[in-house]
Design a protein around this ligand. Structure first.
Ligand code: DAH
Length: 339
């Protein structure tokens, strides 16, 4: 009898079933009322008394092993079961949260689009710049206040290296390696040592435009400015130019547009003047052309520069500049429909 039990134990150890039917057949063979183990149980009473203890233990062991093995195989089949019947494959997936384009990017792209239609192509330069490209090549005098520590972030170990304070530096980067006609638009981030508040930040964004060719005049500049203002803020927008000063342009001007919030009637945003300033511009100073290897007797040009935050504020009335860099998705989501 012991031999028979041992043989069955070995069989049980090696049990395999390829599917649920095979498993059921095994269950019947070993564990059912008429199965092999029950047969042995029935024979148990014929075992000699002195062997009963050992045979009983072995028989129990066999019964438990068979039960365990068959349960394990059953579990294996159940976990392989995909349960397809319970899954509704027609149900739509959970919505994936999509990000939105940043308002400054939306406005930057709009500005680029308008200038691209006029034949301007994009140029970029480094944010970590040297004094030459940010100031000297742009006709800043040695003692110009913009070089002051108050305004400019210098790299301590290299006072010649600065974080660019304006994207006009890209003008010089382009002019020093190319000859006219030059027609570029330069978007990018700039840095100034300002205390952070609702109206100032230590970094912001600008777009610079530069056109250098033969016979470029102030009239060309004015036409482009008017077209830009109308495209950006609507057909009814008016512009006005006020004389100003920049080291790199002569003559220089600042451009105002009719306040697009009150339509020029006067409101708190335009301080009741009906006008809001949006950019600086002018004819490229001949010194700048010469510093960058362009013959100022043959060529002339105009340049303009604007803050993207300022244009965005005007378009969308964002009251606090800090919102642009806080990454609050509730704020960003408000611009979902804008592109
Ligand atoms: N770079 C000037 C600034 O950061 C803006 C500017 C003014 C750019 C006049 C120009 C310009 O190209 O002609 O305030």
């Amino acid at each position: 009898m012991i031999d028979k039990i041992n043989q069955l134990l070995q069989e049980v150890e090696a049990l395999k079933a390829a599917n649920a039917e095979e498993l059921e057949a095994l269950r019947i063979k070993f564990l059912s009322k008429k199965g092999a183990i029950n047969d042995l149980m029935a024979d148990f009473r014929n075992v000699a008394a002195e062997q009963k203890k050992e045979v009983g233990m072995r028989l129990n062991e066999l019964k438990n092993k068979a039960q365990e093995k068959i349960n394990a195989l059953k579990e294996q089949f159940e976990s392989q079961d995909t349960g397809c019947d319970d899954i509704d494959l027609t149900r739509s997936a959970y919505p994936v949260e999509l990000g939105t384009r940043h308002p400054l990017t939306i406005v930057k792209n709009e500005i680029i689009d308008i200038f691209a239609r006029l034949g301007f192509s994009i140029a970029e330069g480094p944010e970590i710049e040297d004094d030459w490209h940010v100031f000297s090549a742009l006709n800043f005098a040695e003692d110009h206040p913009a070089r002051d520590m108050q305004d400019t972030f210098f790299i301590e170990a290299h006072p010649d290296i600065v974080l660019r304070t304006h994207t006009s530096s890209v003008q010089t980067r382009v002019m020093e390696v190319s000859q006219p006609p030059i027609r570029i638009i330069c978007p990018g981030r700039v840095y100034r040592n300002e205390a952070i508040s609702y109206r100032a930040h230590c970094f912001f964004h600008q777009v610079e435009a530069l056109y250098v060719d033969k016979d470029v005049s102030f009239t060309d500049l004015k036409q482009v400015l008017l077209l830009f203002a109308k495209e950006m803020f609507g057909e009814d927008t008016k512009i006005r130019l006020r004389p100003s000063y920049f080291p790199f342009t002569e003559p220089s001007a600042e451009m105002d547009i009719s306040c697009n919030i009150c339509g020029g009637k006067g409101c708190p945003f335009c301080k009741h003047t009906g006008w809001v300033e949006i950019l600086g511009c002018g004819m490229v100073d001949p010194n700048v052309l010469e510093s960058n290897g362009i013959d100022s007797k043959v060529y002339s040009g105009y340049a303009l520069g604007m803050g993207i935050e300022r244009i965005t504020n005007l378009k969308y009335q964002v009251k606090d500049l800090r919102m642009f860099s806080e990454n609050d998705t509730r704020f960003l989501k408000e611009f979902e429909a804008a592109y």
